[in-house]
Ligand binder design. Sequence first.
Ligand code: AMP
Ligand code: ZN
Length: 137
Amino acid sequence: MSNECIFCRIVAGTVPAAKVYEDPDVVAFMDINPVAKGHTLVVPKAHSDPITETPDAVLAKVIAVVRKVARAHFQALKAEGVSVAQANGRAAGQEVPHLHFHVIPRVEGSGRQWTPGKYDSPAEMNQYATRIRDVLC
Ligand code: AMP
Ligand code: ZN
């Protein structure tokens, strides 16, 4: 746990986030600048970075939650497709150096578009979080 790391602080609960899933090893929460509404981040609770240094057992737990979230996007958000992405290093566009997978609901035509957007309000973000959370198991 690093006090400097924004995702460690979200895991610890000292920075607020709209969490949709939590277990002893993994947390998923809404991205505050969504590429599409519903954009979810999945992170290990234990600080880890980059993917090449992440233990297999941690990665396995994280990717299992990525799949749960993708299923939730299909089911709860009626996504027509779901993108999963993960960056390592600034050259790859990584901004937060704590392992995270982006899970992004897609509709026909939104394809590989990657322009960070905004929710109309915090309430709207929480509504998306609730819809996803309600079908996660
Ligand atoms: P990356 O460029 O792969 O490191 O992605 C980092 C992501 O974290 C971006 O999509 C940001 O919008 C998102 N992000 C940064 N700070 C927060 C935060 N406090 N809560 C939720 N998402 C965040
Ligand atoms: Zn961290």
